[in-house]
Ligand binder design. Sequence first.
Ligand code: FMN
Length: 115
Amino acid sequence: MHYLPQGHRAETRATSDLRPGLRSVAVDQASVEAAPAVLVVAAEPSRLSQRYGARANLYADLEVGHATQNMLLQAVTLGLVAVTVGAVDGAPAARKLGLPHGQTVVYLIPVGFAA
Ligand SMILES: Cc1cc2nc3c(=O)[nH]c(=O)nc-3n(C[C@H](O)[C@H](O)[C@H](O)COP(=O)(O)O)c2cc1C
């Protein structure tokens, strides 16, 4: 699913299970395949570079951190558990997901239930 901030909606992008492919570009971490859901946080620094120049990558990473923290807090609010997976190869992960050119995956967030 692809999250659309306008209208707080999600659209279907793929119907196959993408988790095994994501695991393979996240140093084979089992949580990426085992979790019932994996949130993907991607960035497109080139969209920021016109405005922020050399600070674009930094600002993208900072914003990813803000968004990710909110998702982690919401997971706790819902009684779920989640972990941030930063050990992911961003460009190959973006290709596995079929993301548009220029977007890179920064974080994966496996979300599930406490054991
Ligand atoms: C930048 C960053 C990258 C992380 N990458 C991974 C990861 O690839 N795999 C993983 O299991 N946990 C990852 N973590 C999560 C930490 O291992 C740890 O679970 C998390 O910081 C919470 O730790 P605590 O609950 O013990 O305080 C990452 C954390 C941060 C801040």
